[in-house]
Design a protein around this ligand. Structure first.
Ligand SMILES: C[S@@+](CC[C@H](N)C(=O)[O-])C[C@H]1O[C@@H](n2cnc3c(N)ncnc32)[C@H](O)[C@@H]1O
Length: 312
């Protein structure tokens, strides 16, 4: 099988100077008057919703140190530190632009910042954290994209990465590389293994999923295909891939982690009122607000999260 390594590192390190074009769910819930907040059962920010959800699962009394990887504008961490001032936080991000934004957002909190590619950070440096958060970003990590045209790419040597596939297949009994139509989330696989081997007790991660399914009760309002294999998403200046969460889940389970898995809608419950129903039923939206609502509701079901809890 021939692959091209899809990396977003260059883009994040050198070209990124705004997150506006890639409106994450976290950012779309940031403005207090955001139309997205108004269609939830309670009009809070993303970090507030996520913290309330996690606190039912994770004993925050026992959590001191928290690591956020790829924290974007820093809004999620701001909410966590506001709700739980005892937390000691570290932010690791590959983007100098976004790390600077995080410093601004978190100015009034005691936080450490590190400019780094998380895949280059030594495992030992991650081992002291009680909780790691990776929100809406593991699709940015390197992927192996199926090479459509025949012929060699003289600039890419994929042999090392193919060795990695063999390593993961042997260690975790995975079928990576066997399906010739399957792109591979190699970076996401690597980071899940690394965080688990580092022994971090609680790990939360989320991203667009290629395995997300529209629930029965939403089928009148929403439809998307469940591809089952990572799909390419083209964004400004880079491409990323939806995540095959079942592989991440299997690795974590084999490393003795318990799993909670679901869609964003679990902790961002939708208020399916007439306005939302109308926006979702239209073939073509009439205005910008309806378009925003449709995209947001799609994201609520297309994004999955994993919460990994280390076993005893
Ligand atoms: C789509 S944004 C998500 C931001 C934020 N978590 C949110 O939900 O709004 C992706 C984030 O991951 C960071 N990132 C991407 N690749 C990374 C890497 N290899 N190591 C560390 N951070 C990375 C980006 O700089 C950015 O902060």
């Amino acid at each position: 099988m021939k692959y091209i390594i899809n990396s977003t590192a260059d883009y994040h390190q050198h070209d990124l100077n705004s997150l506006g074009w890639e409106l994450t769910v976290c950012n779309s819930l940031e403005p207090v008057n955001s139309p997205c907040r108004k269609i939830l059962s309670s009009p809070y920010s993303f970090g507030q919703h996520l913290y309330s959800f996690l606190k039912e699962i994770i004993p925050f009394n026992n959590i001191r140190s928290i690591l956020e990887i790829g924290g974007g504008m820093g809004y999620l961490m701001r909410d966590f530190l506001t709700l739980n001032p005892r937390l000691r936080a570290r932010m690791i991000d590959i983007s100098p632009y976004l790390l600077a934004k995080q410093k601004e957002t978190l100015l009034s909190f005691d936080v450490d910042f590190e400019l780094d590619d998380i895949l280059a950070v030594q495992l030992e440096a991650l081992s002291g954290f009680d909780l790691a958060i990776l929100n809406e970003n593991i699709g940015d990590l390197p992927a192996l994209a199926i090479q459509q045209e025949k012929g060699n790419d003289p600039y890419q040597d994929t042999s090392r990465v193919l060795d990695k596939l063999e390593y993961f297949n042997n260690k975790y009994n995975l079928p990576l590389g066997l399906n010739e139509n399957e792109n591979i989330n190699i970076g996401a696989i690597e980071i899940v293994e690394k965080l688990c081997l580092a022994g971090i007790k609680y790990i939360y991660l989320s991203e667009h999923s290629c395995e997300a399914v529209v629930p029965e009760e939403m089928k009148h309002f929403l439809s998307f295909e469940t591809a089952g294999v990572p799909e390419m998403i083209s964004l400004k200046g880079h491409k990323e891939f939806t995540i095959k969460f079942s592989y991440l889940q299997k690795i974590a389970e084999m490393l003795n982690y318990e799993i909670r898995r679901g869609a964003f809608a679990d902790f961002l419950p939708l208020n399916l009122n007439d306005k939302v129903r109308t926006a979702l039923r239209l073939i073509t939206p009439f205005n910008g607000e309806q378009e925003i609502i449709r995209q947001f509701v799609y994201d609520l079901y297309k994004y999955e999260y994993l919460i990994l809890i280390k076993g005893r």
